[in-house]
Design a protein around this ligand. Structure first.
Ligand code: SF4
Length: 428
């Protein structure tokens, strides 16, 4: 969604992969120097594949003019707020949690968007990294981080002075934003005016950055929290797995692509050769962004082939980042066995996922999680593996810290509720 120099908003939305959607002609349909984009399914509400109405960015018309918003995260009190707003006459056009913030802005007092956000944001609970596009030239674009900084939000600029805000640094790299960059702090707001950027600090809480960003969600070429390479952290997780769960085996095989860095680390530390025993096909057509990790994994499963030439007769260490319901893992393990593997030893570069996430990673109901209420031995039996090893939370944290002295000194508060059940505010 863009805003042109006359203040008109232009939007384009579609379902599918970026490569299929972002054709050159698209940009000529979206005039203007300022814009926001969202590559994400709805944070709450229906998950139908062809539902573009519930996809961000969302546009609303307020007494301050048009305001569009893109949202990464999940508001845990959205239903309660919707009920209250509906009771006082609000009409909702979508079923998403994000629409709530637009109603709160529309009703808040204040002559600027920043003033209204200061009144509206404290009513929200949960995770939000917001990007607002406004009609007002003195607040063209506003980026807001929630009080816990649960989801990543980074700002940076090109050497020519073009500013970008993105969830991950890999997007800044892709756009050539090689000037200075930094993450927004808990409760921080960046306001992009006519010729300058200013920052405001809203009430903040103890930092609770999502630790799962390091394990699965973020791209491996991103840098999180200012100085931690996701790739290097994942590789260290694999090294620690090799130390904690050694096994006599012939090859280390990653589940592509999520298990690749950890498998490289495991192979490096154990001295067992790294082999690509599972091949991800790049010749299968269009794949949709699936609303949940599990569905996404299942879609990817269709793209995976097990190579008998690599796996036949081998004792295999299979490395993946996490197990949610276990359906995908079971199918992959069966493929590896069908390709002739003699033994399969599964190594997971995170602790058992025992609780649901309510902060923007769409894990299923707790009862569907394979690790909820089961021992590691029981899970191994259900999955049909010879052995199973999970990384401890302490080792995940150690892998994130790495060896950087600076990293050790910084305040690194994490959310790890999907592994511990320790939610830090009302879960739903
Ligand atoms: Fe991240 Fe898990 Fe916390 Fe959700 S519950 S924010 S996935 S660490």
């Amino acid at each position: 969604m863009t805003r042109d120099d006359q203040g008109h908003f232009h939007e384009y939305r579609a379902v599918g992969r970026e490569a299929d959607i972002f054709e050159n002609t698209l940009f000529s349909q979206l005039p203007g120097r300022d814009g926001i984009a969202q590559n994400r399914y709805s944070t709450e509400g229906p998950k139908e594949k062809d539902n573009t109405r519930d996809q961000g960015p969302f546009l609303s018309h307020t007494s301050l003019g048009e305001v569009a918003v893109a949202h990464n995260g999940n508001l845990t009190n959205a239903r309660e707020l919707r009920r209250k707003l509906s009771a006082t006459g609000a009409i909702f056009a979508t079923q998403t949690d994000t629409e709530v913030i637009q109603h709160l802005i529309a009703r808040a007092e204040g002559s600027t968007l920043v003033d209204r956000l200061k009144r509206a944001l404290p009513q929200l609970q949960g995770a939000y990294a917001f990007l607002f596009l406004s009609r007002r030239s003195e607040e063209r674009l506003i980026a807001v981080q929630d009080p816990y900084a649960i989801r990543p939000l980074t700002i940076g600029h090109t050497r020519e002075g073009v500013w970008y805000v993105a969830s991950e640094t890999c997007a800044l790299d892709a756009l050539g934003a090689t000037g200075s960059r930094r993450d927004l702090r808990p409760g921080e707001m960046a306001i992009f005016g006519k010729d300058r950027v200013r920052f405001e600090q809203l009430p903040a809480r103890e930092r609770r950055f999502c630790i799962f960003e390091y394990i699965y969600f973020s791209c491996p070429d991103s840098v999180l929290e200012g100085d931690v390479s996701v790739y290097a952290a994942r590789k260290r997780m694999g090294q620690y797995l090799a130390e904690c769960y050694p096994v006599e085996a012939d090859i280390v095989v990653p589940v592509p692509d999520s298990g690749v860095p950890a498998a490289l680390g495991y192979a490096e530390r154990s001295g067992i050769p790294y082999e690509l025993g599972l091949i991800r096909s790049h010749h299968i057509g269009r794949t949709f962004i699936e609303p949940t990790k599990e569905q996404n994994d299942l879609a990817l499963l269709l793209k995976h082939r097990a190579s008998a030439a690599v796996l036949s007769g081998k004792r295999v260490v299979l490395v993946d980042d996490s197990i949610v319901k276990g359906n995908t893992s079971r199918k992959i393990i069966q493929k590896v066995r069908d390709a002739g593997a003699k033994e399969v030893h599964l190594r997971i570069s995170s602790p058992p996922t025992t609780h649901s996430c309510f902060y923007g990673i769409d894990t299923p109901d707790r009862r569907k999680l394979i690790a909820a209420g089961r021992s590691v031995e029981e899970i191994a039996k259900l999955l049909g593996v010879n052995s199973l090893g999970y990384l401890t939370l302490e080792d995940v944290r150690r892998a994130i810290r790495g060896s950087s002295e600076q990293t050790k000194l910084l305040d690194r508060g994490y959310c790890d509720a999907c592994f511990t059940g320790e939610y830090f505010h009302e879960a739903a």
